[in-house]
Design a protein around this ligand. Structure first.
Ligand SMILES: Cc1ncc(COP(=O)(O)O)c(C=O)c1O
Length: 375
């Protein structure tokens, strides 16, 4: 959008991203740190987040899509960028052209990348990482196939087996033995590769929870952190494991104010009733912006005038209402939906808990219609 008139925005604190990455990099040592900036940097803006992460000490960036990697390259970012799943057939040429580092786990994927390298007549082989499914059952080769696939990469002049990785399913659950079982399977794969004379430079397994909860065994050579670089713990119970600064605040300005009598009912479905006569403020942000429709019905609040006020009635597509009670409010007053105002703070975790989801979905859900401002 070239011109901006709306009074709703997401404020991204890049200093917080840098500080979070610095703290994580220290915790990960001697392993390197990857900053995962897929999904537009978990809603924070991929390019600014990537730059801040590299400034904070991340040596790798991670993305889900080839398009996301290309966006980083077009912005002039030259840090190593890993595609966390095997790139789709048809994208191999772009992967090679843009110097992205793909994860591989199928014979056809390996073949396609080798061909693209051969056609590009690259001077040096393309580094690839072999992903092994040790129990998440999303993507990756089987434990049984890992050795043969590794051999097939090593046998090709066009490719170099730079890394081997896996991904955890329940790393955020300290008591769950499943992560140790995944690590046992992964260790067996690494031993098998060693037996074949294959020892990639970078072994990696841990996401944020893997580092915070299972760091001793899971950090290997590289740790892939996403949610914490944005200052959000992977689950609320891990909040105290590392000091983090939330990087995203969602703010808006009051667009309309009215006095309503006791008993007035508000918004679609008339599901909110004014218990007492009071002031209601309208805020120009809605579910099309990532404020879930149900937030009001699960006790959702905003910060206005330095205090918590309930969202009054169903959140609509572009707007929501706030019951200010007998508080003073004027058009143009700042409303904080996520973030800090005075002594109060509303976190993505708080929304997630109310809505029965995880904070990842909250921050990734802040829509593209919300302009990001960087501080
Ligand atoms: C393969 C892989 N590694 C690492 C991450 C980062 O996870 P987190 O944001 O929990 O640190 C993700 C994110 O989903 C992922 O898919």
């Amino acid at each position: 959008m070239s011109e901006q008139y709306r009074s709703a925005w997401a404020e991204i604190d890049l200093d917080a991203v840098r500080a979070n990455v610095r703290a994580l990099a220290e915790l990960a040592q001697p392993a390197q740190l990857m900053a995962v900036v897929k999904a537009d940097g978990y809603g924070h803006g991929a390019v600014p987040a990537a730059r801040a992460a590299v400034a904070g000490g991340a040596t790798w960036l991670g993305v889900a899509l080839v398009e996301e990697g290309v966006e980083l390259r077009r912005a002039g970012i030259d840090a190593p960028v890993m595609l966390l799943s095997e790139p789709p057939a048809g994208s191999a040429t772009a992967v090679v052209q843009h110097g992205l580092t793909p994860v591989v786990y199928t014979a056809s994927g390996i073949e396609a990348l080798a061909k693209a390298v051969a056609h590009a007549s690259n001077e040096r082989p393309l580094p690839v990482h072999l992903k092994v499914d040790t129990g998440m059952h999303r993507v990756g080769c089987t434990v049984a196939d890992a050795g043969a696939l590794a051999d097939s990469v090593v046998a090709r002049d066009e490719l170099r087996l730079e890394g081997v990785l896996t991904h955890f399913a329940v790393a955020d659950e300290p008591e769950n033995a499943y992560t140790a079982e995944q690590l046992d399977r992964f260790d067996a794969v690494l031993a098998d590769l060693r037996g074949r004379g294959v020892q990639p430079d970078l072994v990696h397994a841990a996401n944020t929870a893997g580092l915070l909860v299972h760091g001793e065994r899971a950090r290997f050579d590289l740790v892939r952190t996403g949610i914490t670089i944005y200052g959000v713990p992977p689950a609320p119970e891990h909040r105290d494991r590392i000091a983090l600064r939330p990087a995203l605040a969602l703010k808006a300005r009051v667009s309309h104010v009215k006095a309503l009598p006791a008993g007035a009912r508000l918004s679609y479905g008339l599901r909110y009733t004014m218990e007492r006569a009071g002031t209601v403020a309208t805020v120009p942000v809605g579910y099309a912006d990532g404020v879930p429709r149900n937030l009001a019905h699960t006790g959702g609040e905003v910060l206005l005038g330095g205090r918590r006020c309930p969202i009054a009635g169903t959140v609509t597509m572009d707007q929501l209402m706030v019951d200010v009670g007998d508080g003073r409010v004027e058009c143009g007053d700042e409303v904080v939906l996520l973030g800090r105002q005075g002594d109060e703070e509303i976190t993505a975790d708080e929304w997630a808990e109310r809505l029965g989801t995880i904070a990842y979905e909250i921050v990734c859900g802040i829509g593209p219609r919300v302009p990001r401002t960087y501080v």
